[in-house]
Unconditional design. Structure first.
Lengths: 282, 276, 121
């Protein structure tokens, strides 16, 4: 059973909630799909037991000895990535079009490490994550590798909790494909509602069951009502409404999952949501 | 003058900062968060014109094709396959033109495939642009590049997406100054460091705005001071701000916040060394 | 006729591999010579389009029938374009699949599983 937690909009509380679920389910395998800026390990702690470089792209390299500065490559490149026989690695998309037009065999495509995939042993089980190299291409491919690593630590009958990434593009698609349930964390704002609808389309495209939870719902109860109405119209189960709670920030800064704070209203609601989720995962 | 607003972590306030600053000093605003653009919610531009964005994908003329498969072999993205004829997997195609260049019989032409749109409008007399990627399309890059291509010398504020991948690199190319918006939490600090690494890698001068700050003494402020990073502004942790934001309202409509952004703008002008 | 079975190793005594796009080898059985040939799946390492690359390899080897566990929408599209029939494997032994096929015990696969299932369940 693979549960992915996404949002569309950034900063809605995915990692906070994923960390809580991770904590409440010792036997689950955790996966941090937010490879650009992975945060789950900050709260779960633990020790890195494995780290491997991941080759996710190719980059063109010009051999200065063979290059005659004819600039055929510069004319060919659609990404403005070659100038004066020098490749700008940040712009190069690894398409190899330059190699096609070089008459002097001066350009070779070389593997580029785009990040490291890491396995962290936490007190609540294995966490598979990655640290992408800043500015790298192919974050979606890195997500795929992180998921593959998580699966190698379990079987198909295990519970996998995936902390997703904001957006709707390739990284999100790589995070949701093949999952059983996508829990969408929605923020009660115009932006949040806008972004929720877009990421919901992705979930529907991949034919995954969507569930919704509104975080900090009391910041704007009107938009919260709009979100509830939208879910009802689309027959999507709204399984929780978490109140705004200053204890959450405290918990993050103390590097502890919010569910450890007994008196927190947010914690209570997250525990309820987790219980409800278990009904869907049976 | 191009100023980009980024963060690393999502939800720290990039759009809040970029829309309010742009409106305050009345300069062009561009929303490069093409997966989830929100800027127009706050700027509410009128007279919106929409233009489709396409990428060129290969189309094989079967009469000219000699089935040599050179196009299949050159494609680095496995977007082409050959059974009895060449087949294209369009969503994997980056529109690079390598296949067309390698074909010995010029059997490949390119056709435009739409992947999204760019909208332009005016908020009073302030020009606003926003890119939107069609849902289920994987690649945001081409839309961002197209948006960047529309920028001329006029001062522009560029609203970026969260993260630190190629989707953030593209809007940052050629930018004169970067504003990094962060929040004083452990997550915010962790991701701020990643964003700092990116702007330093790209040699872009930058400053930090700490949003949702409740205590002056926090780990993020300390990190900035220790690492010689210019804090160009702070926005307080304020429920009223959250509520205004949730309604899609510009904060500068409230005098109190207008002053706050005016002060931030002075700090930016000082940091850049010119007025905007 | 050539029958291709996605395989975990390059030996007929090995276990079949359920993942068409990411299996390490293809066991290709030629029913004229009654022999197996093993081909490495270079698509397995591909960062993207693994299923497509894998399907291309199968097409290039003149295969008529594929027996596997699951495959994604891109791979199915290529195989169907190449008029290759696809069947779901029974049990997990490479050397038994041809027998099951000849006895008509295999169910055909017409619809893809989720993409990236080689990293899925």
């Amino acid at each position: 059973m693979q549960l992915v937690i996404i949002s569309g909009k950034g900063g809605t509380g995915k990692t906070t909630i994923a960390a809580s679920f991770a904590y409440l389910s010792e036997n689950s395998i955790k996966c941090d799909c937010d490879v650009d800026a992975s945060n789950l390990h900050i709260v779960l702690g633990g020790e890195d037991i494995k780290s491997e470089p991941y080759i996710g792209a190719k980059v063109a390299h010009v051999d200065g000895d063979k290059c005659t500065l004819c600039r055929a490559c510069e004319d060919m490149c659609r990404y403005d990535a070659i100038k004066d026989g020098v490749v700008d690695e940040l712009k190069c998309e690894g398409c190899a079009a330059c190699t096609v037009v070089c008459d002097y065999d001066a350009i070779k495509m070389e593997d580029e490490v785009t990040g490291d995939t890491i396995i962290t042993k936490t007190s609540k089980g294995i966490l598979s994550r990655a640290q992408m190299i800043v500015g790298a291409e192919g974050s979606g491919k890195l997500v795929t590798d992180v998921r593959k690593n998580a699966l190698s630590y379990g079987s198909k009958d295990d519970m996998y909790i995936l902390d997703g990434t904001p957006g709707v593009g390739c990284a999100v698609m790589a995070s949701v494909t093949g999952c059983d349930i996508a829990l969408i964390i929605v923020e009660p704002s115009q932006s949040g509602l806008n972004d929720f609808k877009r990421v919901l389309s992705v979930v529907e495209f991949f034919e995954i069951k969507p569930l919704v939870c509104i975080n900090k719902y009391d910041i704007n109860e009107e938009v919260t009502k709009d979100i509830s109405a939208y879910c009802e119209a689309k027959n999507i189960d709204l399984i929780g409404k978490i109140p705004f709670d200053t204890t959450v920030e405290k918990s993050i800064n103390e590097l502890k999952p919010i569910v450890l704070y007994e008196n927190s209203m947010a914690a209570k609601e997250i525990k309820n949501i987790w219980k409800k989720l278990n009904d869907y995962t049976k | 003058m191009q100023i980009a607003v980024l963060s690393g972590k999502g939800g720290t306030g990039k759009t809040t900062v970029s829309t309010n600053l742009a409106k305050l000093i009345n300069v062009r605003y561009i929303d490069c968060d093409v997966e989830e653009p929100n800027g127009f919610i706050f700027l509410k531009p009128q007279d919106i014109k929409s233009k489709e964005v396409s990428i060129p994908v290969p189309y094989v003329d079967e009469d000219k094709c000699i089935h040599c498969k050179k196009c299949v072999d050159i494609c680095q993205f496995n977007a082409l396959v050959h059974t009895d004829r060449v087949i294209l997997f369009e969503k994997l195609c980056h529109g690079c033109g390598a296949c067309r260049a390698v074909c010995p019989t010029m059997a490949i032409v390119e056709k435009d495939r739409p992947i999204g749109k760019i909208e332009t409008g005016y908020s009073d007399d302030m020009e606003c642009l926003s890119g939107t990627l069609n849902v289920t399309e994987p690649m945001a890059g081409p839309i961002i590049s197209r948006l960047k291509g529309m920028i001329d010398d006029k001062t522009t504020i560029i609203d970026c997406s969260p993260g630190s991948s190629c989707n953030v690199v593209k809007p940052l190319l050629g930018v004169d100054y970067a504003i990094l918006v962060t929040e004083p939490t452990e997550f915010g600090l962790h991701d701020l460091k990643i964003a700092v690494e990116l702007v330093r890698k790209m040699k872009i001068p930058f400053g930090v705005i700490i949003n949702r700050m409740s205590q002056e003494d926090n780990a993020t402020s300390k990190y900035c001071k220790d690492d010689n990073i210019n804090i160009i502004g702070t926005i307080p942790f304020d429920r009223d701000i959250a509520v205004m934001y949730s309604k899609g309202e510009l904060l500068i409509n409230d005098e109190k916040y207008k002053k706050m952004f005016t002060d931030i703008m002075s700090n930016i002008e000082e940091a850049i060394g010119c007025s905007l | 006729m050539k029958i291709c079975i996605s395989s975990t190793v390059d030996s007929i005594n090995g276990l079949a591999d359920g993942r068409f796009g990411r299996c390490p080898f293809y066991a290709i059985y030629d029913d004229e010579t009654k022999e197996y040939e093993f081909v490495e799946n270079e698509g397995a390492k591909a960062a993207q389009g693994a299923g497509i690359k894998a399907a291309q390899i199968v097409v290039d080897n003149g295969v008529d029938v594929v027996i596997t566990g699951n495959l994604g929408p891109n791979a199915i599209r290529v195989l169907q374009a190449g008029n290759i029939k696809i069947y779901k494997m029974l049990g997990d032994k490479v050397k038994e699949q041809v027998g099951y096929y000849n006895e008509g015990k295999l169910i055909s696969i017409d619809k893809p599983g989720a993409s990236h299932m080689g990293i899925g369940k």
